[in-house]
Design a protein around this ligand. Structure first.
Ligand SMILES: [Zn+2]
Length: 333
């Protein structure tokens, strides 16, 4: 039975990266519908070879494709709330090779590789795809642990995957459906998840490792009560907007999400220049105060480099502040 009530379901895309077995796409879509209740959109992404250079790995016979690049391609091809990519090439994440699937906990994109799923065994093949798609959806919903008796069980080998449960265990299901903890828009992660994945900061759904580490733990950064108050109102407003937005037809929501991405990107650019400008002005005035003269050309270039770095960090910090406030305040009573 689908996890979410009809009036509040995330949109989900199944993204085929290049040519993948058509039964994999069909099975993935069925699994999305059974799990989430949403009819999955189908998107075509670029073939893996277009976005990543396969590299040899120590313990794998075949060259491996980096999961990060594939996840980015999946994110680019989709404007749904969540997206599961499919590929038939071997996928690695750091030292882990020929993975069945990968998705960051609390992120919004995952990838499933059918490379080791034997296509000759139709039924097994479908089961494997279905388990991986469901497992990755669980991870995107913020379920972080692997445990027995659950589709989230660790399954590094095919026989382990075949023996693992096809569905969420009672505990996981409980967290996904209980109104207190059920994932809600726009982040779609279980509310009791300790995950720190930043699902929003850079448009690829927390897929990159250097994502801003944002959580309650970093929040003391803004332990400035006064500054936080307007953010509370903003966060609640956004929460109300997204609750309303989730009742709209999928097509309209895609449109909204598309423009939201543009807005987010250009806000980041504007913030970058703002912080860089402020930094260069601060550096100049500090230098003039200390040295009593204007800096030479070389020093000025140095200052500019520092200012650009500050611009980058500044815009991340500012966006982090907003996302953090949203996490904390949007759903308080
Ligand atoms: Zn479980």
């Amino acid at each position: 039975m689908a996890l979410f009530p009809p009036e509040r379901r995330p949109t989900v895309d199944v993204v085929a990266l290049g040519d993948v077995p058509s039964r994999a796409v069909a099975t993935a879509r069925t699994t999305v519908e059974e799990t989430v209740g949403t009819v999955a959109g189908t998107r075509r992404g670029p073939p893996p070879a277009e976005v990543a250079e396969p590299t040899p790995a120590e313990f794998a016979a075949d060259d491996q494709y980096d999961a990060g690049s594939l996840l980015e391609a999946v994110a680019d091809a989709s404007e749904a709330d969540l997206a599961v990519g499919l590929t038939d090439v071997p996928v690695r994440h750091r030292d882990l090779t020929s993975l069945f699937g990968l998705g960051y906990v609390g992120g919004d994109v995952a990838v499933v590789s059918t490379y080791r799923f034997d296509e000759g065994e139709d039924e097994r093949f479908d089961e494997r795809v279905a388990k991986q798609v469901r497992k990755q959806l669980g991870r995107l919903f913020g379920l972080e642990s692997t445990h027995e008796g659950c589709v989230l069980e660790e399954a590094p080998f095919l026989h382990r995957l075949d023996e693992s449960a096809a569905d969420f265990c009672t505990d996981c299901r409980e967290r996904l459906v209980d109104p207190e903890t059920a994932p809600r828009p726009p982040e779609w992660i279980v509310r009791d998840s300790p995950t720190v994945a930043d699902a929003d900061a850079d448009g690829n759904g927390g897929a990159s490792d250097d994502d801003l580490d944002l959580s309650l733990r970093t929040l003391p950064l803004l332990a400035v009560g006064v500054a936080v108050l307007p953010l509370v109102a903003l966060a609640r407003g956004v929460a109300r907007l997204s609750a309303w937005e989730s009742t709209l037809p999928a097509g309209v929501r895609r449109l909204i999400h598309g423009s939201y991405r543009y807005l987010r990107f250009w806000t980041a650019v504007a913030l970058f220049f703002l912080f860089a400008l402020l930094a260069v002005l601060a550096e100049l005035s500090l230098y003039e105060r200390l040295a009593g003269s204007e800096p030479g050309v070389r020093l000025f270039w140095g200052m500019l480099v520092v200012a650009l770095g500050s611009g980058y960090l500044g815009q991340r910090w500012a966006r982090g502040l907003v996302v953090g406030a949203y996490r904390v305040f949007a759903y308080e009573p």
